[in-house]
Design a protein around this ligand. Structure first.
Ligand code: GAP
Length: 513
């Protein structure tokens, strides 16, 4: 998809997602609730298909990974131990004129991306000017504008990292001032101080006020895995290295929540904690980096639309961290985080709970707190990535246009639409027979309303890989026309072949092929 006029493309995707039952604003009849969304009839299927594919890839295909479903509510000490009570903060800054609030770190990161863009523009300009004789490597090493920008980037990154590490909010503000960052709404540089803001939602358990206790809505699913480490170890016959995977809701009081389902206050994570012997963590970190990148490619994402980005400042629990970024309509942004979490979490829980969270390694004949590699991907962000990657507005040869969602078939909400050509002459009954045959294997859709052309367009718009049309000849030859969503070619096939044809096309083993 072209990323030109990207804001328009995002708007088109948002409208399309609403119009065709994928994503609705939450409680819309009351004008919606900021940064919260509901998934409609096709959105919920797409979400389930992505989640199933992740689960199969992690749990079903790895003998040494098992699943878990921990509760959202956890003992409050969990979040003290994990560091979230004290350190799960965003640095926020307000523009005094527009009264808009921003994440100070995001403002700085975006300013750095702008500097990088300047370098790319210089390169493109020179490549155009010099044509085939252009030596990009040499240009990058010698062009004064490029060198000036590179120097500025390096210096800014160093200051930024130091400020984050020292939790120095005054310095973050000073960087914003020095980079002359303006508020996109007011256009001014009239910034407040930068303040820390904790992202956890809290609530009360217990009916009587003084008996109640403050508990938190989990901001990540990972802690449910850590507190169950011993339970799984003792009951699963797993030995290190092994992993525990979980999919579930997480909640963050995101102050700056924009860009549709990219950043919301309630979202779903698909996380896996992989427990390893201390000292082997970097080997596993690199292995999981590659495995997870390959998984993203298997969703049909272009290689050029994905990249790794090392963290400038690693989280309080990590000794290495990288994001997998996807080229969303608004640019490259994190879709998955991979962290080497050391033994931080288990050690913290061990200290605060007084329970030994250790593993006896029979090969070393010693006990230790395992180290952990975490892979953590946002389900909702993946839905947005799949939607943006699949959304196409095509001009057809006959001059008409169609909007089509070219989902990988194994992710498509509806796998086949069964369409009687007309609503009479026994065609609906025949079509229903086919529906009854296919519906046990796949989610199918029966539609007899409107012209066949309109019905094809409706299915294109929700990404259905196959339209199966029943016509008068079907009654005598037991054949139907099967139309391919992407090529729009039509083929006549025997009804008895349909289960095989549809089954092969939507098989998740075809992922990435
Ligand atoms: N357990 C580690 C952890 O939570 P994270 O980088 O904060 O790490 C992991 O989150 C993933 O969760 C992100 O890569 C993103 O896909 C998703 N995510 C985080 N915050 C989100 C939000 N507010 N809305 C939607 N997805 C979010």
């Amino acid at each position: 998809m072209s990323k030109d006029n990207s804001a328009n493309i995002l708007q088109e995707i948002i409208s399309h997602a609403k119009e065709y039952g994928f994503v609705f604003p939450s409680s819309e009849i009351y004008d919606g609730l900021g940064a919260v969304y509901d998934y409609g009839q096709y959105g919920v299927e797409l979400k389930k298909n992505i989640q199933d594919y992740w689960w199969r890839s992690m749990v079903q295909l790895h003998e040494n990974i098992v699943g878990l479903d921990a509760a959202i509510f956890m003992h409050p000490k969990t979040w003290k131990a994990s560091g979230h009570v004290d350190a799960f903060n965003d640095p926020l800054v307000d523009n005094k004129d527009s009264k808009k609030r921003y994440r100070a770190d995001v403002l700085i990161e975006e300013a750095i991306v702008k500097m990088e863009d300047k370098i790319t523009k210089e390169v493109d300009k020179a490549a155009k000017k010099f044509g085939e004789t252009f030596d990009k490597a040499m240009f990058l090493q010698t062009n004064p504008n490029v060198l000036r920008n590179k120097e500025k980037i390096t210096a800014t990154e160093a200051r930024f990292k130091a400020a984050l590490e020292a939790n120095d909010m005054a310095e973050l503000r000073q960087i914003i001032i020095d980079l002359e960052i303006v508020c996109p709404i007011s256009g001014t540089r009239n910034w407040t101080d930068v303040r820390q803001f904790n992202l956890m939602f809290s609530t009360q358990v217990g009916a009587v006020a003084d008996e109640s206790e403050t508990i938190y809505l989990r901001p990540e699913t990972a802690q449910g895995i850590f507190v169950n480490f011993l339970n799984v170890l003792n009951t699963s016959r797993q030995r290190i290295p092994f992993g525990i995977a979980q999919v579930g809701k997480a909640f963050r009081n995101e102050v700056v929540a924009r860009q549709f389902i990219f950043r919301t206050r309630e979202f779903e994570q698909m996380e896996m904690q992989f427990f390893v012997r201390p000292g082997t963590e970097m080997e596993w970190y690199n292995k999981w980096k590659e495995t997870r990148m390959a998984w993203h490619k298997s969703l049909g994402f272009e290689e050029s639309g994905l990249k790794f980005k090392d963290h400038v400042k690693v989280a309080h629990y990590a000794n290495a961290a990288v994001d997998i970024e996807f080229n969303f309509p608004f640019g490259y942004k994190e879709i998955e985080g991979i962290h080497s979490r050391t033994d931080f979490d288990l050690t913290q829980h061990q200290n605060l709970s007084g329970k030994k969270l250790q593993y006896f390694d029979p090969e070393l004949n010693e006990s230790y707190v395992p180290y952990v590699i975490e892979t953590s991907i946002g389900l909702n962000r993946t839905i947005l990535a799949v939607l943006s990657n699949s959304y196409q507005n095509e001009k057809l040869e006959d001059g008409t246009e169609r909007v089509v969602l070219k989902f990988p078939p194994f992710l498509a909400p509806i796998k086949a639409a069964i369409l009687p050509l007309v609503k009479k002459d026994g065609l609906p009954e025949k079509a229903r027979e086919i529906m009854d045959e296919l519906k046990y294997d796949h989610l199918c859709f029966y539609d007899e309303k409107d012209s066949i052309g309109k019905r094809y367009r409706r299915q294109d718009a929700i990404g259905t890989p196959f339209c199966i049309t029943v016509d008068h000849d079907t009654l005598t030859d037991n054949k139907v026309t099967i139309r391919d969503r992407d090529t729009m070619t039509q083929e006549r096939v025997a009804i008895s072949e349909l289960r095989r044809i549809v089954g092969e096309k939507v098989d998740w083993r075809k992922a990435g092929r």
